[in-house]
Design a protein. Structure first.
Length: 413
C-alpha cells in the first residue's frame, strides 16, 4: 500500500466535484466534524426558512396556512423529494413521525400481508431500537410470533419458508457493513417473505435503489446525512403495488380518505397517504424541506465515489499511523461493501474519543470499544481526514486520553 501523505489529500480536494457544497453548511470555524452519521450539520438556508414559517406563516397567517401555505401537503412534498435520493417513484414516500413509529406501522402492515407466518427475521447488526420496537410488536401479538436474530452474514441462509418478513438495517450502524438489498430481497421473495429496510445510515450516504431492488417497505431518518436537524421527521416507503393493500395498525385522521368529514369509522386514503397517523410537526418539516434544497443537483453516483474515497483515505492513514497503538479498523475491507462511516476499535476508545472532541475533532463512541467517524461527502474534505488522523495519532502517541475528564463517562456517547 502506497503511504498517504498530506499532499495527496490536498490533491483530492482540488479535484473534488462536490467541494463547492461545503459552503452550503454552517460548520464552526476550526471544527473537524465527523459525526454527520449521528447529526448532520446545519444547512445555511434552514434558519431563514424556519423563521419565515414561524414568524409569517404561523405568526401572521395562522390557521389559514394549512391551505394558503400547503402545510397539510408538506409530508407528501417532502416525501417526494426524499424519494429521488432512495431510488423510489413519486408518491411512494411520506415524511413524518419517527423511525420507531414508522417501523411499528410497517411491522403491522407486513404481518397483515403475510398472516400465515410468524417469524420476524433480523440481524445483530441492526440498530437496537429497531429490535426493541420489534420485541414490543411481538409481545402485543399472539404467543406464536418469534423475533429471530442472526449474525449479519447469516441473513441469506436464515431466510426460509417460516419467515413472514425480514427487518434489516441496510448499513450496520457499528461496522458500516452494507447488505446487498437486491439479493436479500430476491431471496426473501423466493421464500414467500416480505422485506422491511431501515435506511438510517444509507439515505444521503449511498445510492439506495428501492424500486430496482423490488423492496417492499422501507423507512429512514433525516437528521443524519440529510441534515434535517435534531429529531427531524423520519420517512416511510411502501412499494406502489402494495400501498392499497396495507392496513395501517396506527390509523389516524391524517391517513383517512376524508379527514375533514370527521367520520366515526376509519376509511384509509388511497396510496401512501394512509400511512400517516396524527398531525405532523410543520416547523420540523419546513426545516427538513429547506435542508433538502442542497440535494437538488447532487448525483448520488458522484456522492458515492467521494464517500468511498474518504473512507479509504481514512482507513489507510489510520493503519499507517495508529496500528502500533492497538487500533483496529472494523467492517469489510472491500470498500464496495461499506456505507459512509468507519469505526475503529481501541481498548480506551471512549477516553480517546473524548480527547479528540476536546481537540475539535468530533466523532462518537459505541460500546464496548468502538470509535465511529462519519464521512458526509457534501461537506467533509480530505483535509479533514488528514488532520483528524494526525490528531488521533498525537493523542495516542502522547497518551493524552489518559486524564480524568476524558475517562469519566457522559450520558450521551
Amino acid at each position: 500500500m502506497k503511504p498517504v501523505n498530506r499532499s495527496d489529500c490536498e490533491a483530492l480536494d482540488r479535484a473534488d466535484p462536490l467541494a463547492a457544497k461545503r459552503g452550503s453548511f454552517a460548520i464552526p470555524e476550526g471544527l473537524i466534524y465527523l459525526d454527520g452519521n449521528s447529526l448532520g450539520v446545519l444547512p445555511r438556508n434552514v434558519p431563514a426558512r424556519v423563521a419565515e414559517v414561524a414568524e409569517h406563516q404561523w405568526g401572521e397567517t395562522l390557521i389559514k396556512s394549512w391551505n394558503e401555505h400547503g402545510w397539510f401537503q408538506l409530508p407528501s412534498r417532502v416525501g417526494d423529494r426524499i424519494a429521488r435520493l432512495v431510488g423510489a417513484p413519486h408518491g411512494s414516500v411520506i415524511a413524518g413521525d419517527t423511525i420507531s413509529v414508522n417501523l411499528f406501522k410497517l411491522l403491522g402492515a407486513a404481518a397483515k400481508l403475510n398472516p400465515a407466518r410468524r417469524v420476524i427475521l433480523s440481524d445483530s447488526g441492526n440498530f437496537p431500537s429497531d429490535l426493541y420496537v420489534a420485541q414490543g410488536f411481538r409481545d402485543l401479538m399472539d404467543d406464536s410470533y418469534v423475533l429471530k436474530v442472526v449474525a449479519p452474514e447469516e441473513v441469506m441462509d436464515a431466510i426460509d419458508e417460516s419467515v413472514a418478513f425480514t427487518m434489516i438495517t441496510e448499513v450496520d450502524y457499528r461496522t458500516a457493513r452494507l447488505h446487498d438489498m437486491k439479493a436479500v430481497t430476491a431471496r426473501a421473495h423466493a421464500k414467500g417473505a416480505l422485506t422491511i429496510w431501515d435506511l438510517a445510515h444509507s439515505a444521503g450516504a449511498t445510492p439506495v435503489q428501492l424500486a430496482a431492488a423490488n423492496a417492499d417497505f422501507a423507512l429512514g431518518c433525516t437528521y443524519k446525512y440529510l441534515n434535517g436537524g435534531p429529531g427531524a421527521p423520519a420517512f416511510l416507503y411502501v412499494k406502489p403495488e402494495l400501498q392499497n393493500k396495507v392496513q395501517p395498525p396506527l390509523s389516524g385522521w391524517w391517513g383517512h380518505v376524508a379527514p375533514f368529514a370527521f367520520d366515526l369509522e376509519y376509511k384509509p386514503a388511497p396510496g401512501i397517504i394512509r400511512n400517516q397517523c396524527g398531525t405532523q410537526p410543520i416547523l420540523s418539516l419546513a426545516a427538513l424541506d429547506a435542508a433538502l434544497d442542497v440535494w437538488d443537483d447532487v448525483d448520488m453516483t458522484v456522492l458515492r465515489t467521494k464517500s468511498l474515497a474518504l473512507c479509504k483515505t481514512y482507513i489507510d492513514l489510520v493503519e499507517q499511523r495508529c496500528a502500533a497503538h492497538g487500533v483496529k479498523v472494523a467492517g469489510p475491507r472491500d470498500m464496495n461493501e461499506r456505507g459512509s462511516h468507519v469505526s475503529i476499535h481501541h481498548p480506551q476508545g471512549y477516553a480517546v474519543m473524548q480527547a479528540m472532541i476536546a481537540a475539535n475533532v468530533v466523532g462518537d463512541f459505541r460500546a464496548p470499544d468502538m470509535m465511529r467517524f462519519g464521512f458526509t461527502p457534501l461537506y467533509t474534505s480530505f483535509a479533514d481526514v488528514w488532520h483528524a488522523v494526525d490528531i488521533l495519532a498525537r493523542i495516542l502517541d502522547k497518551r493524552e486520553w489518559d486524564q480524568p475528564q476524558f475517562l469519566a463517562k457522559k450520558a450521551v456517547t
